[in-house]
Design a protein around this ligand. Sequence first.
Ligand SMILES: [Zn+2]
Length: 636
Amino acid sequence: MKTPHARLGAGFEALEDRSLPTIWGVPWPDPEHLTLSFVPDGTQTPFGPSTLFQSLASAGSVDAWENQILRAFENWASQANINVGVVSDGGEPLGAVGAVQGDSRFGDIRIAAAPLSSGLVASSTPFSWTGTTYSGDVVLNSNDPFVIGNVAGSYDVFSVLQHEAGHVFGFPDETTNPNSVMYTTYQYQTGLEAADIAAIQALYGPRVQESSNNSNNSMAQATPLPSAGLGSYLATSDISSPTDVDYYKFNVSLGGALGGVAVRVKASGLSLLVPSVTVYNAWGQVITSATDTDPLSNDLSITFNTGLFGGTYYVKVSASNTVAGFGVGGYELAVNDLSIGEVLAPLTNAVAALASGNVSGALADALPLPPQTSTDSRFDATYRGIVVASTDIDTFEVWTDKYTAGTAVDLNVIAWGLATTPLDPQIHVFNASGTPVAFQVIANSTGLYSVQIQGAIAGADYYVQVVAENPNGPNSTGSYFLGVDFNTAAPQVFAAAGSGTVQPGTGDTATLSVPQAKLFQFALAAQSSGTGGGVTMTVYNATGQVVFTLSATAGQPPETATWYLAAGTYTVQYTDTGSGGNAGPIQYDLFMISLSDSQGPMAPNISSAPPPPPSPPAYTYTSSSSGTPTGYGYTY
Ligand SMILES: [Zn+2]
């Protein structure tokens, strides 16, 4: 939001954020598998190359300040059904085209530092239906002094990041309650207050305690470890509170495991749990144990030898009591008989894709995705699927019972490819009688598709299909993530920018003025009376350099691009793409959303703030053509 840039109180700046979307309160689609990375210095950000490591050196060792940042995220995550695992970062530019969650090249949440304007301590971006990978990114102001602790004239890394983490998880600034960590102005903070905890639990649900599913809190209640092949066992679970303990048991057959047994606990990349593991024999005697001390390297591996007679062994996993603040999170436990396999299969934090959604693609064979039944705001349904062949059609049946049957709600559906060369997905939505439902395309770019249906009916069945957008293209197969949510959040609304016509040999030109640097989402549609052909839009900056291009095919859904534009005047040129043999004029329609407007409408259950002061228009668009874009809708 825009607030005055005046320095406040004892010289502290507002914790103001620039790249904020108009819609708050949208949870991350897969909050139990979030990842975080620290971007290497030199990584391109909208504000210049990142200097995170250089800028935070003043705060202490890398380990020390990274721990503060992780503790800030864990403070929120441990209260709700959220895991944040640390992963490496390949240094791709912030906002690089990719998977908004689950991109293997960098974390969903990326921490960077770059020079922001005076008055801004940090800039951060929550998840948005536009699916941009800017979502989750936090940029600290490299001009500001960061320290660890409450030091006059400096910013405490933990306090700042706890506030920014709140934005990342979907919360707006809080202007009335100074105790909230979301309060607009910087203040030294030690932890969340009741209102913050209530907010994160309303959005993501109070963390499910293990006793409600499997209560393996004692040796007598130990869970038999699921087999993962001959002599190997694998379990995925969660330490749901700092005092939670998980017991497992497994058998070693007569003759023993003469090569020894390896017990591994993996939390790296999965969560910020700092684990401890203990192995017991059948009489409850401790055989061996290990305790971790660092959330930045939170895996454990121990081996032990069994006797010749084999028997039952127990494994206890708990939180290490050596590091405060990292006592909750998901983990994987693997047990391997080393006499069977010397080489241990790597434990990976990649969430495995499931199968193709259904075999035939017919609506009658749709895979039901029952909605989550709790009252929090998490997505109604999510699925990891695979488009196994370019002609594969994955069909799902979705519905909601969260709202009174028959009432009108919004239905959002988003899908993105998960592989390095991602599936370029397309979404179709049908009602219960198999009729295609009209929707608005929120995002349609390589590897991403997001649609919104206003006026969906609560309680009614819908069918969602995921297919390859271009079965003959290079991105026509692969794994994908699908998120479906019925909600009453404010819809994402594109503004009509301009419209005109082009044909071979004639272009069209417009001018786009941006008074303040902002993140924009562009949607370009093309239509013609003939077949084939399309329009390419090229945006040039004031010095004539190409900023980006966007191409739309006539008669197809709009194509979108998310771009951070510095303040300035841009020239927009439209040309006939030339393919398809369409000789007639092609109409183009351009729509825009400013993703960094003032604070917008908020979802229910989120502490509200007074309306923001009016801000200047995000942009002005003038064209030689005077056409008005036709409605931003697309059926099937
Ligand atoms: Zn803020």
